[in-house]
Design a protein around this ligand. Structure first.
Ligand code: MRU
Length: 347
């Protein structure tokens, strides 16, 4: 199935009985949605990065559990709960770093323990709420982040943190969207090697919304900062530890180091579903290593090759390099463990 949308692209579309997932591996050339009817399919869609981005992964997993409930209430009415628990365990293995996945699955596990008269409706409603809440959080963060950009002329972003990576609107890209509605802003996007989320997804998504953007090679970031063109780097997050250390797309840490060197501020934008209160600092974050062949030229992909590749797809930026963490519950400036704790107390 091929859909054409000019604006507000959606990574995920719940039909009521199935999940349509935009295959982001094919963007920007082709806009194709695949239809999923079970948790195994959704697990595969996450693992192969048809859907990617921390909040979108969590939302997809929630719908995956809803699909599991629909399937197993029909084919195994006597022990559907066990089958769904097995599917939750399967979905949890799809990718390790984004905590939104585990947060969403935890919500579903709580529901699995409740006595429910209509489990299918309850699980669908829960997944839809996770999806809708994420959009609301993004809109709120957009405004809070844009407040920090008053008078700013240029920003750089990394990876893709927009509607494609979330329930809609975006985290870091949501802040950029909101800011461009208030003031002129020069937006720079790094390519984000090796998967090219910046080059393939971010510039496409901004162009869909008619927001001008300039693409640069990741290796040009230092020179861009040296030129004085940007005042802020704005990124999303896959997992934020209790002290504010932030795991995000590989290359984020380099940008934070460069930003410090050049007096550029560094903003992390993430919903509270990306906060992992169970870990004290970033050393405890499981950093995903993906297949070396995502990086390695094909000619080296053979038995006995002397060339291999190291392919960590996230890194951790220490809190001391971060100027502001923007969440839907508020902004933490110069994050510390104590400053972050304030977010816990906000209802
Ligand atoms: O490997 P990906 O594309 O899933 O990584 C995505 C990122 O690192 C994003 O910056 C992060 O998930 C925040 S998305 C709102």
């Amino acid at each position: 199935m091929t859909l054409q949308t000019k604006k507000s692209v959606q990574a995920l579309h719940w039909t009521g009985t199935s999940l349509k997932v935009l295959d982001q591996r094919q963007l920007p050339e082709t806009l194709v949605y695949d239809d999923y009817n079970d948790a195994a399919g959704v697990t595969e869609a996450i693992a192969t990065m048809r859907v990617r981005g921390a909040p979108a992964i969590g939302i997809a997993a929630a719908y995956g559990v809803a699909l599991s409930v629909i399937q197993h209430c029909a084919d195994a009415p006597a022990n559907w709960q066990q089958k769904v628990a097995d599917d939750i365990a399967l979905l949890a293995k799809s990718r390790p770093t984004a905590v939104n996945l585990f947060w969403a699955l935890a919500q579903m596990k709580v529901l699995l323990e409740q006595p429910l008269t209509n489990p299918q409706a309850a699980f669908i409603a829960c997944a839809e709420k996770i999806h809708a809440d994420d959009i609301v959080a993004n809109m709120t963060m957009g405004e809070l982040g844009a407040d920090l950009l008053t008078g700013v002329k240029g920003v750089m972003t990394h990876c893709n943190t927009g509607a494609l990576a979330t329930g809609g609107y975006g985290t870091a890209l949501g802040v950029i969207r909101s800011a461009t509605q208030r003031q002129p802003l020069n937006v720079y996007a790094g390519e984000t090697r090796p998967w090219l989320q910046g080059a393939r997804l971010t510039v496409w998504e901004l162009a869909q919304d008619e927001i001008p953007v300039t693409l640069l090679a990741d290796s040009a970031a230092a020179w861009l900062m040296k030129s004085g063109a940007i005042d802020w780097v704005i990124v999303g997050a896959d997992r934020i530890a209790a002290n504010g250390d932030t795991a995000n797309k590989i290359g984020t840490y380099s940008l934070a180091v460069l930003a410090k060197q050049h007096g550029v501020k560094f903003m992390v934008v993430a919903p509270t579903t990306t906060l992992d209160w169970t870990i004290e600092n970033g050393d405890q974050i499981d950093i995903e290593q993906r297949d070396q062949n995502e990086l390695l030229p094909a000619c080296y992909n053979k038995e006995g090759s002397l060339v291999s590749a190291w392919n960590p797809v996230f890194d951790v930026t220490p809190a001391e390099l971060i100027s502001a963490i923007v969440t839907e519950r508020g902004v933490v400036l110069n994050p510390t463990e104590q400053g972050m704790r304030g977010l816990k107390d906000v209802i």
